[in-house]
Design a protein around this ligand. Structure first.
Ligand code: XMP
Length: 512
């Protein structure tokens, strides 16, 4: 049976993913598609999905701007309910003959909306609602046949509707938490307007994924690179159910993992009952990094070497298919990044280019968000610390050592990081991401009665939702003090511990 689906048209808004996630949180499947998707392409999608409605996202452009994103107007006559948010709201008004003012005045932040019609998407809302706005253009008059549903002080048509046509526009962002009853607006649209059924559950997907991998590989063999992260581990667990020992799991130990991680990966891979290859490439990576001090160069060297080592291992076994733990945001972002500026070259075991010719690439988690993968991992019985593993860069500790990476520095950082992370975790409610960094600053200290000249370790801990922005965590001083005392006592050659109090932007989360 085709699943009930809401399509989100992407006009470049920063909350596009959030809209799709809010829909899924209601038990309804959602996919993001380009804003200029044609009516014909929609018909194609409807062959595989039961599309019940369309949401138009916000976007940074003004509708009057040259090259402003457009949509196929035929979608407004397709008979499917449409909800336009922010830019989407303005675009509907513009296309259908309403009046949109492109003022220079931008409105950003909390506002109070006066709700004129507590029906349709606003069913159950109060007369006054706290909403979150972020826009430049403003709708001043509704198209013929539409009614004004809400207004704010600066926005006479903050929401409009034609219940008959099933078309709705809302200037604010119901998908962000600052809009108090935003979740209600979205669920009203899904269930009240589109008639969706809440039948989409992540746990129900496991069987289908296992069958999908089984069907794709047939009697052949597949290979996967395990990184210890939740995406590759969950993909491995799914594929192991389908293929057993016909799955070859490869763990390339580049030597930049945290304390205990390689052992944990070994243990888990063995439990999965797959063919397991542990490649100890620690020496090789260190040699390649000898003399390399630039962060970008480091990342490139490690990324290239990783592919080489994996290809060598893959060349020795006979694998027809390559499995990858690619998840939904990986696909959308890589499709979009053509205009993005490179701040850091991310290396990831998912999305690995390889010269080996496989019959096919299988990505069972390609439709899922990270929190959905974590739920899946948990219901498949993967250990808690894999399920909730904090983000860890592909090049690992190598980008947490400022300057040249050496064996001694790695050992030192591994120890310091273990102390910092276990103290922070033991204090309860751990931050989103937290770790230690080995800076290349040496300074003077005093250990025992003697002068000591040694390393400075920095502690980094941040709160974030998606790693795009982050704020430093307010770690209690007594926790920081314990970390500092233990690191300077237990890790030789460290005489100073500092705490990084920079947000992202302007800094990044990792130091390199
Ligand atoms: P930055 O340092 O760019 O990091 O603010 C943002 C998030 O991405 C993680 N990170 C990486 N993840 N491969 C990855 O898979 C990488 O090369 C990489 N570099 C950074 C980082 O830990 C943070 O969560």
């Amino acid at each position: 049976m085709k699943k009930d689906t809401i399509l989100v048209l992407d006009f470049g808004g920063q909350y596009c993913h959030l809209i799709a996630r809010r829909v899924r949180e209601n038990g309804v499947y959602s996919e993001i598609v380009p804003s200029d998707i044609s009516v014909d392409a929609l018909a194609g999608i409807r062959e595989r999905l039961n599309v019940r409605g369309i949401i138009l996202s916000g976007g940074p452009a003004s509708i009057y701007e040259n090259g402003a994103p457009q949509m196929d107007r035929g979608l407004l006559d397709s008979g499917l309910p449409v909800l336009g948010l922010c830019y989407g709201h303005q675009l509907i008004a513009h296309y259908l003959g309403g009046k949109v003012d492109s003022s220079e005045i931008k409105e950003f932040g909390n506002a109070i909306a006066s709700i004129k019609e507590s029906s349709g998407i606003f069913k159950g809302l109060d007369k006054r609602e706290q909403v979150w706005m972020s826009h430049g253009d403003t709708v001043l008059a509704v198209p013929a046949g539409f009614v004004v549903m809400a207004s704010t002080e600066s926005c006479p048509v903050a929401a409009f509707a034609s219940a008959k046509r099933g078309i709705y526009g809302v200037q604010w962002h119901p998908e962000v938490v600052h809009t108090k009853n935003g979740a209600r607006i979205i669920s009203n649209f899904l269930f009240g307007i589109c008639g969706c059924k809440a039948t989409w559950r992540v746990d129900d997907l496991i069987g289908g994924y296992v069958r999908e991998v089984g069907r794709a590989v047939g009697q052949g063999r597949a290979i996967i690179a395990l990184s210890g992260g939740v995406d590759s581990m969950t993909t491995g667990a799914i594929a192991s159910k389908a293929l057993g020992a016909r799955l070859i799991a490869v763990f390339v130990d580049h030597g930049f993992m945290r304390k205990g991680e390689p052992e944990q990966i070994d243990l888990l891979a063995r439990k999965l009952g797959v063919t397991y290859i542990h490649v100890d490439a620690r020496q090789r990576f260190l040699e390649r990094l000898s003399g390399v001090t630039s962060p970008e160069e480091k990342r490139k060297v490690i990324g290239n070497e990783f592919v080489k080592v994996f290809e060598e291992a893959a060349g020795k076994v006979d694998a027809d298919y390559l499995l990858q733990g690619t998840i939904y945001p990986d696909r959308i972002e890589s499709g979009r990044s053509k205009n993005a500026v490179v701040i850091k070259t991310h290396h990831n075991v998912g999305g690995m280019p390889t010269k080996i010719k496989f019959k096919g690439l299988i990505e069972p988690l390609r439709e899922l968000y990270k929190d959905e993968v974590r739920r899946l991992a948990s219901s498949m019985g993967l250990p808690e610390d894999i399920v909730n593993r904090q983000p860890f860069p592909g090049p690992g500790l190598a980008v947490r050592i400022v300057g040249e990476v050496t064996y001694e520095k790695l050992e030192l950082l591994r120890q310091a990081d273990h102390i910092a992370t276990s103290e922070i975790a033991a204090a309860g409610r751990p931050p989103w991401q937290y770790f230690a960094v080995l800076t290349d600053t040496k300074s003077t200290g005093v250990k025992g009665d003697a002068r000591a000249y040694g390393y400075t370790v920095a502690i980094r801990a941040v709160e974030s939702a998606d790693a795009m922005t982050a704020t430093f965590s307010r770690i209690p001083y007594d926790v920081l003090e314990r970390i500092s005392t233990r690191i300077t006592n237990e890790v030789g050659d460290v005489v100073r511990v500092v705490y990084d109090i920079t947000n992202k932007p302007p800094s990044t989360i990792e130091w390199e």
